[in-house]
Design a protein around this ligand. Structure first.
Ligand code: SF4
Length: 203
């Protein structure tokens, strides 16, 4: 929680996840391996086509769906994943984690994003940014999604709003300060508890 407090103090509330309702689930699929601005373009196209609802996403021909989500990259794969997810959401409006993971193409991060931000279920979302920051700080150096998720969930209060805000803050921090290359450690609110920074600054 000390990390969360510092990030929140520094960046303020992030007001995530952008969009609401089904848009969250669609965004979670489209954001795989791309940045959010590309996802936004695809979401805008879907809205303009009046196709951000279950009926349309189920009935729309896959080739048309591919063209609408083209800007998000890997559009053929993502269009098929969207179809797979929509079929689940039509047959099971309140899916659990296992059901989401059984959808071809959906992994832990996408499933947990949908569970947390759409269904308001308490699953902490882990992503590459979370691994990077925790590794640099010196709290976790592995690459096991479930293990790092468990560490978060065992060490912070079970609070959905906190889970949402914390993940959003880690994303913000990774993008604006703790970048992959040349992190801005001197401007970082976590530097005094960061192993990476302390090791570098002491030579
Ligand atoms: S001090 Fe540097 S490496 Fe550590 S969390 Fe901050 S930006 Fe990242």
């Amino acid at each position: 929680m000390a990390i969360y407090d510092k990030l929140y103090q520094f960046y303020g509330p992030q007001n995530w996840w952008p969009g609401e309702g089904l848009e969250i689930a669609v965004g979670a699929v489209l954001t795989q391996q791309t940045n959010w601005s590309n996802v936004e373009k695809a979401l805008t196209k879907l809205k303009e086509a009046d196709c951000l609802d279950l009926d349309c996403l189920q009935s729309i021909p896959i080739s048309r769906l591919e063209s609408l989500v083209r800007s998000s990259g890997y559009y053929k794969v993502k269009a098929q994943r969207l179809k797979n997810l929509i079929n689940l959401l039509i047959s099971e409006p309140n899916p659990n984690r296992e059901m989401l993971l059984n959808v071809k193409g959906l992994g832990n991060e996408t499933a947990d994003s949908i569970l947390l931000y759409l269904f308001e279920e308490p699953y902490f979302v882990i992503d590459a940014y979370t691994f990077r920051i925790l590794d640099r700080i010196g709290l976790y150096s592995g690459d096991n999604y479930m293990e790092l998720q468990r560490i978060f969930m065992e060490n912070i209060p079970n609070d959905i709003q906190l889970y949402k805000e914390y993940h959003a803050l880690l994303v913000k921090h990774a993008k604006s300060c703790c970048m992959k290359r040349e992190p801005k450690c001197l401007a970082c609110p976590l530097r005094n508890q960061c192993q990476y920074y302390l090791e570098k600054s002491t030579g």
